[in-house]
Design a protein around this ligand. Sequence first.
Ligand SMILES: Cc1cc2nc3c(=O)[nH]c(=O)nc-3n(C[C@H](O)[C@H](O)[C@H](O)COP(=O)(O)O)c2cc1C
Length: 213
Amino acid sequence: MTQNRYSDPDCAAIYRAIYERRDIPDPIDPKILVRLLDAAHHAPSVGFMQPWRFIRISCQNLRKAIHGLVEQERIRTAQALSEREDEFMKLKVEGIMECPVVLVAALCERRDQYVFGRRTLPEMDLASLACAIQNMWLAARAEGLGLGWVSMFEPEALKNLLNMPEDSQPIAILCLGHVEKFYDKPMLEQEQWEDRKDLNTLLFENTWDTPCR
Ligand SMILES: Cc1cc2nc3c(=O)[nH]c(=O)nc-3n(C[C@H](O)[C@H](O)[C@H](O)COP(=O)(O)O)c2cc1C
């Protein structure tokens, strides 16, 4: 056991939030929202660039317009899925009009000036934003809240709607709220859309596709 290890209960709480975190979303205490945003802001980021920006959508008309964009993309996604179209249309893939808080998580403008850790892998800005959203997701679970990540939208259309700079990029629409019940398993697993892969099939030793012994 290393001296830096958390106590057993603290460790158990971290794993509990990881396993019980669920993607689904009545008013949210503003103090909790600040805590969640602060958790996001303490995520790791490449070169400490902190590329995340969060736009809170408090205007109802804007929320409706965002919902409209998502609905358009939901239909296009269904069409692209061809034989799974009907099955897809039955899934709940967003909660924009029902949830108490909608946030748009975005990458900031002028990211090219950040070279540290991004010279060969510029997408590490996106990885950093994903870490921030994951922090918020886990903190939300610990607070008893659900968070839905919606990625079905045309980014340019959302960027225009929110008056975002040309070189910024909206990445996620986050639907935050209280949930009646957290699913025991991912909803997509429960609805037989996809199964969780066996971890052993994802682990290699030394070279690609060589199973771990
Ligand atoms: C990058 C990313 C994008 C996602 N986009 C959507 C989405 O557009 N709509 C949706 O219903 N869920 C979306 N999800 C949620 C996943 O469907 C969900 O995380 C997955 O099914 C596993 O379920 P769990 O989060 O409850 O464990 C997204 C998740 C991630 C990480």
